[in-house]
Design a binder for this molecule. Structure first.
Ligand code: PLP
Length: 467
């Protein structure tokens, strides 16, 4: 059964049209992951809008988990536990810990829960720094330009930080400007075709040192065919790194099985670790015992058994641990650990099932209620939780401020893109309905005549629930 057939079957069974808000409530009642929403602090409409309206105490519609995930209540709990530990034990907390999480080995609690989310073996996952810093550290190890093979392939519209990191690595190695190889969509198209990436690799492969694309494109929401691209690039003799920042916690990944060389991701987007949260990275198991792999080092990458011997003879720890530089920042690791506790209650497969239902429903409502007033640039086949919407410039600001004023938290990317990302951990089908209804009303207030009429709503949708 396709996803749309599943939605239609529910509609049939309940006798409700998909455009009916009661249908969204039915989907929420039948959602096996609905219980996870209560694990999160959901801002109220007043909190989200900065107003003080009498009816503003209902939860807002938060569709910005692709930018900063909501706070898992467990994050605060574990952070407080570490603060208490610090207060009660000071330095001793590194080795003795009342909750069984001595700080010296803190990374292992994160690694164990993070590995299944990205399809890695625990030995392949490390925890340190923030994302862009890790891109540099990984490129320091994996970008080994020679006169023959010196290029790095990225997207022409890569996230600016990735672009700058790669560009500056090239300059830092004193390589020529043509080392920055940009994959561009075809004229008139907005997303990259896999076949075009593959033929670029086939054409340029022998001069490419590293292929470094993003798993999910932050602007368009496109999911790249990571397995096929990795295989082609490896066959051409390139190193393959993925920035899976928008993919981790969003779509299932198999970094190990795809044979990726390295990857990194921040944890504050779909992984809900909090603003500026700690980043994680992946180094394939085949390098786990490769002590000759050149890298930038610090004491925390030293083999844990002999780290405190202070010999100044660097012996790398096995796997990704051998790439860590400084001691683990416990306070920001605590919030990530809290979030991973929530992920441990489900699986990426279950989350993906719900995510596909949510985005298919969102797409359907946009098509039926907003029609050609919106252009969805996210591909329908290869996508994660996010839909990127373009509006005509005359109505764009009006639609965006109507959403934010109604407590539908989303973001705008100039000049005219709004990104909506229902996150399966905490978003509901009713959230999706409310977002589209708000867009509908905003456009109707600009120009009612152009719009298809909405099916009669059955009743005012109720959102009474505790935040
Ligand atoms: C969010 C994001 C960043 C942000 O980088 P930081 O180093 O965490 O500030 C970089 N690249 C991509 C692809 C992102 O999605």
């Amino acid at each position: 059964m396709t996803v749309m057939e599943h939605l239609l079957a529910t509609a049939n069974k309940t006798g409700l049209g998909l455009e009916d808000p009661c249908f969204a409530q039915e989907m929420d009642r039948a959602d096996p992951l609905a219980r996870l929403r209560s694990e999160f602090a959901i801002p109220t409409i007043n909190q989200a809008t900065g107003r003080d309206a009498v009816d503003g105490n209902d939860p807002c519609v938060y569709l910005c988990g692709n930018s900063l995930g909501l706070m898992p209540k467990q994050a605060r709990r574990i952070l407080n536990e570490e603060m208490d530990e610090w207060a009660a034990r000071g330095v001793v907390g590194h080795f003795r810990h009342s909750k069984g999480r001595p700080w010296v080995g803190y990374r292992s609690h994160i690694v164990e829960k993070m590995a299944p989310i990205v399809g890695a073996e625990p030995i392949e996952v490390g925890v340190m720094n923030t994302l862009t810093t890790n891109l540099h550290l990984l490129l320091a190890a994996f970008y080994r330009p020679t006169d023959q093979r010196y290029k790095i392939l990225i997207e022409s519209k890569a996230f600016p930080s990735d672009h700058y990191a790669v560009e500056s690595q090239i300059k830092w190695h004193g390589r020529p400007e043509d080392a920055l190889l940009l994959a561009e969509p075809r004229p008139g198209e907005r997303t990259l075709r896999t076949e075009d990436i593959l033929s670029l690799i086939a054409r340029e492969g022998s001069s490419i040192a590293v292929v470094m694309l993003s798993g999910v494109q932050y602007y368009t929401g496109q999911v790249f065919e990571m397995d096929r691209i990795t295989a082609a690039a490896k066959a051409a003799g390139c190193m393959v790194g993925w920035d899976v920042t928008h993919a981790a916690g969003n779509v299932p990944l198999s970094l190990h099985d795809w044979d990726v060389d390295f990857a990194c991701w921040c944890s504050y987007k779909y992984l809900n670790s909090g603003p500026g949260g700690i980043s994680c990275f992946f180094v394939h198991e085949r390098y786990a015992h490769d002590a000759d792999l050149r890298r930038l080092t610090g004491w925390w990458g030293h083999d844990a058994e002999s780290r405190f011997d202070m010999t100044n003879q660097f012996v790398p720890g096995a796997g990704a641990a051998g790439f860590e530089v400084s001691n683990t920042p416990i306070l920001i690791s605590a919030t990530l650990l809290g979030s991973l506790d929530v992920f441990s209650q489900t699986s990426m497969a279950e989350l993906r099932d719900k995510s596909i239902l949510l985005t298919t429903y969102l797409e359907h409502l946009l098509q039926t209620r907003i029609g050609d007033r919106v252009e969805i640039i996210t591909p329908s086949k290869h996508r994660g939780a996010q839909l990127s919407l373009l509006f005509a410039s005359e109505v764009f600001e009006h639609v965006f401020s109507a959403l934010m004023d109604a407590g539908v938290v989303c973001d705008e990317r100039k000049p005219n893109c709004i990104r909506l990302a229902p996150a399966p951990l905490y978003n509901t089908f009713s959230d999706v309905w409310r977002a589209v209804d708000t867009i509908y009303a905003a456009l109707a207030s600009v120009d009612a005549n152009d719009l298809p009429k909405c099916a009669a709503p059955c009743a005012v949708i109720g959102f009474a629930e505790s935040a």
